[in-house]
Design a protein around this ligand. Structure first.
Ligand SMILES: Nc1nc2c(ncn2[C@@H]2O[C@H](COP(=O)(O)OP(=O)(O)OP(=O)(O)O)[C@@H](O)[C@H]2O)c(=O)[nH]1
Ligand SMILES: [Mg+2]
Length: 308
């Protein structure tokens, strides 16, 4: 079990054992921390879970293969090629994935030795006629850390993508990475198309959208180009880790505060009340140790971002 799931379980135990023991406001603060932990970590706290979304043929599966360094997803000429959800995961975390797999409705998982801190989910396209596809994309957004929206040179201004998907999701800008793929096909026009895509995204309601360009298939004359996207993903993981570290510090402080709060009146308690208070204090000690452990695992950064 991961450190973060363990921390979540300990928080649940503390909440159950302390409800009748501590002051209700303090208990509510603890419950709020549990909510923040759940939201921040999704199902895989130490890993960035990223879905690839976009129109059919934009190059989602090709980009997944390029990021994995091996061919894991089917790439095709006939559309749509991908009709099922496929996840590529680092090899050693499959045991932690069951909740995630169920909630996303993932059909197939492939372990990729080259992936470190990244789970990639190749989604079916969302402009084909299968309403099922749209449902999958919508479900995924609640669970993943980031979504890479893959555009191609032909359909980057597609109304379905902008009106039905991106506009309603403008509030989730922090989760989005916009990629213009097949950049090799835009020789001489790349800057122009990039600027035009930025205008569309601004019209959708995204503030100062950044567009990353990629080449997801190599040929004799063209190299793969995914460096900028990989840097952006690494940056996302840093932000996520910093947020989790800050949350772990808050949980450690809360555990300490609640332990002291119970301890102050402990001597006056008798019988069952004393027993319950002792159990709650023991749980808060374990929680404090676990939270300090999670906080110490991650490099400390100056940013005091609050994404919870
Ligand atoms: N020139 C060029 N072709 C690309 C690039 N990326 C993908 N392709 C081609 O575009 C076609 C579609 O790629 P896929 O990766 O199957 O696209 P997809 O988005 O997964 O498509 P669906 O599964 O149908 O939704 C394939 O023929 C790829 O070889 C690229 O960067 N440059
Ligand atoms: Mg595909």
């Amino acid at each position: 079990m991961s450190d973060l799931s363990q921390l979540g379980d300990l928080l649940d135990v503390c909440l159950a054992r302390s409800e009748s023991v501590v002051n209700p406001d303090m208990w509510k603060e603890l419950a709020a921390l549990r909510g923040r932990l759940r939201r921040r970590t999704g199902f895989l706290g130490e890993i960035l879970v990223v879905a690839l979304a976009g129109g059919t043929g934009s190059g989602k599966s090709s980009l997944m293969n390029a990021l994995c360094g091996v061919r894991v997803a089917e790439v095709g000429i006939e559309r749509p090629t991908t009709s099922r959800c496929l996840a590529a995961t680092p090899s050693d975390i499959v045991g932690d994935l069951s909740g995630f797999v169920v909630s996303l409705g993932i059909d197939e998982m492939i372990e990729v030795s080259g992936l470190d801190d990244l789970v990639l989910v190749d989604l079916p396209d969302f402009d084909s006629t299968f309403t099922d596809h749209r449902r999958i994309v919508e479900t995924v957004l609640d669970v993943v850390d980031a979504v890479i929206w893959v555009f191609d040179p032909e359909k980057y201004s597609d109304r379905i993508i902008h009106d039905s998907f991106l506009k309603p999701l403008r509030g989730h800008q922090d989760q989005m990475l916009f990629v213009l793929n097949q950049a090799d096909r835009l020789e001489g026009h790349l800057d122009q198309v990039k600027a035009s895509l930025r205008v569309h995204l601004r019209d959708d309601g995204f503030i100062d959208p950044h567009v990353i360009t990629t080449v997801a298939t190599a040929s004799e004359s063209v190299d793969l180009s995914t460096d900028e996207l990989e840097s952006a993903l690494a940056e996302r993981l840093d932000i996520k880790e910093t947020a989790i570290q800050g949350l772990a510090v808050d949980i450690a402080h809360a555990a300490n505060r609640l332990w002291q709060h119970i301890d102050q009146s402990f001597d006056e308690l008798q019988g069952d009340e004393r027993h319950e208070a002792a159990l709650a204090m023991a749980s808060f000690v374990s929680l404090g140790v676990a939270a300090n452990h999670v906080a110490a695992l991650r490099p400390r950064k100056d940013t005091s971002d609050e994404l919870g």
